[in-house]
Design a protein around this ligand. Structure first.
Ligand code: DAH
Length: 369
């Protein structure tokens, strides 16, 4: 059996003698001081303070000393390790503070510098209003249908019961497209989309048709040659004037809030009976009528605002589009979008809607969305 090695000479255990321990501490401290980054300090720590560092290895030798020498050597190594660890910690704090300082300096942002403003695009008030109008119908389960702006004369007029002699067909209103006699024109209303829809779908049909229309008109505050309409068409069994009334009232309230509609007899070749739709003034509700003290700009003190046309679809139109009037009936409405924007948002000059001045669009943002 082997006991403790009585002949072990502590002086020979070099790693534990005081000079040597001091030298290890001095080397460690010098290495920490020389490190200038977290990475460098990490390698200095591995070399001088980690498990395989000279001081850790020296610590292991303590057990080999005779008992009377262990206490002394243990205290010396303990102090040395304490000094090394304290120096390491202090340097760590210094280096990370310096690195943070550097990062802050490198990433410094002067929040007082002027920013480069990027003007943000937005939908045009007419587009915004058209989307809103479509949404009212889509919410009732209707679908959006679109047609081309370059249209066949037959669909724009004949299919809609506008005979060859109808005044709207003359070149005074209509922009025909060359060559002459080709039967092509820029559509004068969105109603040809009704005809297109009836020709391609089976009833029941519930569609709303927004789009651009063209007329050889003046360009002034109330007329522009290219403008927008929105058309509603419903074809089903047993559709009556009552459904038309209800649809219009709902549409009007969705667009203008608390208001009612009224119908005045009118004539459109594609509907029978036909009516002009008026809107009860949603600003004065008629209070301005005959009341010069309280004039209303919105309805010009008339109490009602002319909004669009409507009617029960003429059986001749149904027949021309392949639908049996004996089985189905329908209702149709058509409104001008520019007109609607004018009185809904108090926009007084239609030219503002085409000239593209961003100040106009901005003034309506929120109102027309
Ligand atoms: N298409 C007509 C126009 O441009 C507007 C219109 C009137 C459309 C009555 C309709 C309607 O659907 O029923 O003046």
């Amino acid at each position: 059996m082997s006991g403790p090695n009585k002949s072990y000479d502590p002086v020979q255990v070099t790693p534990l003698n005081a000079d040597h321990v001091e030298a290890m501490v001095a080397e460690a401290l010098a290495a920490f001081a020389a490190a200038t980054s977290v990475a460098e300090l990490k390698s200095a720590r591995l070399a001088h303070a980690a498990d395989r560092s000279p001081i850790a290895l020296a610590n292991r030798e303590i057990g080999a000393l005779p008992p009377q020498a262990r206490k002394d050597a243990g205290a010396r190594i303990g102090r040395a390790r304490g000094a090394i660890n304290a120096a390491l910690k202090a340097r760590e704090t210094e280096i990370s503070a310096a690195e943070l300082e550097q990062t802050l300096a490198a990433e410094r942002v002067d929040v007082t510098l002027p920013v480069r403003r990027q003007p943000e695009g937005a939908v045009h008030p007419i587009t915004g209003l058209m989307n809103l109008m479509e949404d009212v119908f889509v919410a009732m389960g209707w679908e959006v249908a679109e047609g081309p702006e370059l249209e066949a004369e037959w669909l724009n007029f004949d299919a809609l019961n506008l005979g060859p002699d109808h005044p709207a067909r003359t070149t005074a209103d209509t922009l025909f497209v060359a060559p002459e006699g080709a039967g092509l024109l820029m559509r004068t209303h969105t109603s040809p989309v009704q005809a297109r829809t009836m020709l391609t779908r089976e009833p029941p049909i519930y569609v709303v048709c927004p789009g651009k229309v063209y007329r050889a008109d003046e360009y002034d505050a109330t007329l522009v040659p290219v403008f927008h309409q929105i058309e509603g068409l419903c074809i089903d069994k047993g559709i009556t004037m009552g459904h038309l009334r209800g649809t219009l009232d709902h549409f009007a309230r969705a667009m203008f809030g608390d208001t009612r509609t009224r119908m005045r007899p009118n004539y459109f070749p594609f509907t029978e009976p036909s009516a002009e739709v008026d809107l009860e003034c949603f600003v004065c509700h008629g209070d301005s009528v005959g009341n010069p003290d309280r004039p209303c700009r919105t309805c010009r003190s008339e109490g009602w605002i002319e909004w669009g046309g409507c009617g029960v679809v003429n059986p001749r139109v149904l027949r021309a589009c392949g639908i049996y009037p004996e089985v189905y009936s329908g209702l149709a409405v058509g409104m001008g979008v520019e007109r609607t924007l004018m009185f809904r948002n108090n926009a007084e000059d239609m030219r503002d809607m085409v000239e593209g001045d961003i100040r106009f669009s901005r003034s309506l943002v929120g109102g027309a969305r």
